[in-house]
Design a protein around this ligand. Structure first.
Ligand SMILES: Cc1cc2nc3c(=O)[nH]c(=O)nc-3n(C[C@H](O)[C@H](O)[C@H](O)COP(=O)(O)OP(=O)(O)OC[C@H]3O[C@@H](n4cnc5c(N)ncnc54)[C@H](O)[C@@H]3O)c2cc1C
Length: 388
């Protein structure tokens, strides 16, 4: 085991868009030195799984993100052109783009941040963090080399991400196997995952991801996989983001961009029967109370099923107090901080990103979680100055 002699101002746990955002904001505020830990430093899930996904945000917001703090601006200035942000700048700004462009921007920022003064990047996994009696965190990292290392820090910032939610089906259907949502979101992997022979895929959900999967499956069925059939299980009508005066209704939960346009054109009840998609997609609308019965009837005969029903926080490092007991925590979605269950602030523990987003309330009083690159940046700019 190696022990770092330096006492860090912060350990940033995670190198996805949220970790990049937080690190940029800490450096901007001259908080350092910072230990930055990630399994791969390859920009998290946007690069690993969503490169082929059309963005639900405008290109301009990715450019704004890349220029939002001075450490990022310095990296862009020092990177020879043309680079990933130049490519983003060259696209139409008011529409979406493949998330591969945003992933490349994150990779560019990652390379720059790893070399930035005041940053020590360690490839590996934060396994646990222990809060000492003096309110310092003792952080254990399992390095990718297999070694372990220990660091002491005033702050631990969790940017640990979320992965697709998988729920046990309430029924058991023979010969029905799961299809990973990450694979179904990638046209390339999806084509490789499905045989050309007669196959029926069940898509469960009416989320943004569910519509993207339906688009990918329809594109296969109408071209290379003509014997592919799709059953779409949905419990509610599709919900769209609506552009109001000065704000967006269902900004975080409604369909947007290419997925919204395709759904309006093909999946809405008034369009579905006359749309070419109905040759391949059968819609199964049902109520929660009838779920088991519906699954029993309609999943029979399906070969694969994909659940597009949301995202769940990835496992956290173990968090313990000086006595070795687990720290129980409640996330504070207005400040990015954590309290323990009796309401006391946990010193130096913070979170950001898809796992720890800002809670926002729209002018009509609806509450949502603000998830997206620019939203992470806006939140970090507001709360990081108070992360003391
Ligand atoms: C299908 C889909 C489409 C999206 N489209 C858009 C879009 O168009 N525009 C937009 O702005 N946003 C979009 N988002 C939202 C959001 O930007 C992404 O989900 C983004 O990947 C979240 O970043 P993150 O850093 O919070 O998490 P992640 O990308 O999951 O990154 C977490 C990182 O932390 C690391 N990590 C976790 N635990 C540890 C540990 N213990 N030690 C060390 N490292 C650890 C992981 O290895 C990973 O690298 C989309 C999300 C989804 C799911």
């Amino acid at each position: 085991m190696s022990v770092h002699r330096t006492k860090y101002a912060a350990v940033v746990c995670g190198g996805g868009p949220a970790g990049i955002t937080v690190l940029g904001n800490l450096l901007e505020r001259k908080v350092g030195p910072v230990l930055w830990v990630d399994d791969l430093f390859e920009a998290g899930r946007v690069n690993k799984a969503y490169r082929e996904v059309p963005s639900n945000t405008k290109v301009k917001l990715f450019v704004d993100f890349a220029e939002a703090v001075s450490p990022f601006q310095k990296i862009l200035k020092e990177t020879p052109s043309p680079h990933a942000v130049d490519y983003l700048r060259g696209l139409p700004q008011d529409t979406g783009c493949d998330l591969g462009y945003a992933a490349d921007m994150c990779l560019l920022l990652t390379e720059g941040l790893k070399k930035a003064p005041g940053v020590e990047a360690r490839q590996g996994r934060v396994t646990d963090a222990v809060l000492s009696e003096t309110n310092d965190w003792v952080v254990n990292v399992k390095l990718s080399s297999g070694e372990t290392s220990k660091a002491i820090s005033s702050r631990v910032i969790l940017c640990t991400g979320s992965s697709p939610t998988n729920q046990q089906l309430p029924v058991s259907i023979s010969d029905l196997s799961p299809l990973e949502l990450d694979h179904a979101l990638s046209p390339t992997l999806l084509a490789k995952s499905l045989p050309k022979e007669s196959t029926t895929v069940a898509v469960i959900g009416a989320s943004h991801s569910a519509v993207l999967v339906l688009i990918n499956l329809y594109n296969l069925a109408s071209t290379t996989h003509p014997d592919l059939k799709i059953k779409w299980f949905t419990r509610h009508p599709l919900r769209y983001a609506e552009f109001m005066e000065g704000w967006i209704k269902r900004d975080n939960t409604g369909l947007k961009g290419a997925a919204a346009a395709w759904a309006k054109e093909n999946l809405e009840p008034a369009k579905f029967d006359s749309s070419p998609v109905s040759r391949f997609i059968k819609k199964i609308a049902y109520e929660k109370e009838n779920e088991t019965q519906t699954y029993e009837q309609e999943l029979a005969g399906c070969n694969r099923y994909v659940q597009a029903i949301g995202y769940t926080r990835d496992p956290l490092p173990g968090l313990k107090d000086a006595a070795g007991s687990d720290i129980t925590y409640n996330y504070q979605p207005d400040t990015g901080s954590f309290k323990n269950l009796d309401g006391r602030q946990i010193p130096g523990l913070f979170g950001a990103g898809i796992a720890w987003p800002e809670r926002v309330t729209d002018p009509e009083g609806s509450v949502e979680w603000a998830v997206g690159f620019w939203k992470f940046m806006r939140y970090a700019k507001r709360v990081v100055p108070d992360w003391n």
